[in-house]
Design a protein around this ligand. Structure first.
Ligand code: ZN
Length: 105
């Protein structure tokens, strides 16, 4: 788990999201703890091809637990790789070795 910990979310927004969401918003069956450990961009900046940016509003993120966030990140990573392969024919060695978040693909 590397992505998320360095994201630019002001603590006042984290507090707002914790109060609003109260429990994990992803709720993947079998792994969800229900806690809000981390913060996730529900729209997937990666899917939009955007780099992570500073979060300015609580509406941009949702509270999620770490297991769910890891699971979602993995799903997005796999989708990003599949998309990159479909688009470019292959992935460069650099991308494979670093296993970037799909937003960085
Ligand atoms: Zn969860």
């Amino acid at each position: 788990m590397t992505w998320g910990q360095g994201s630019n979310i002001p603590s006042r927004i984290k507090d707002q999201v914790r109060r609003r969401d109260k429990t994990c918003r992803l709720q993947y069956p079998g792994i969800c703890t229900g806690r809000i450990d981390e913060f996730d961009h529900p729209d997937g900046l990666a899917a939009q091809g955007q780099q992570r940016t500073t979060v300015r509003n609580a509406s941009e993120v949702q509270g999620v637990c770490e297991p769910c966030h890891d699971h979602k990140t993995e799903l997005q990573r796999q989708a990003g790789i599949a998309n990159a392969i479909a688009t470019r024919g292959s992935l460069s060695k650099r991308y494979r070795d670093h296993e970037p978040h799909p937003g960085d693909l």
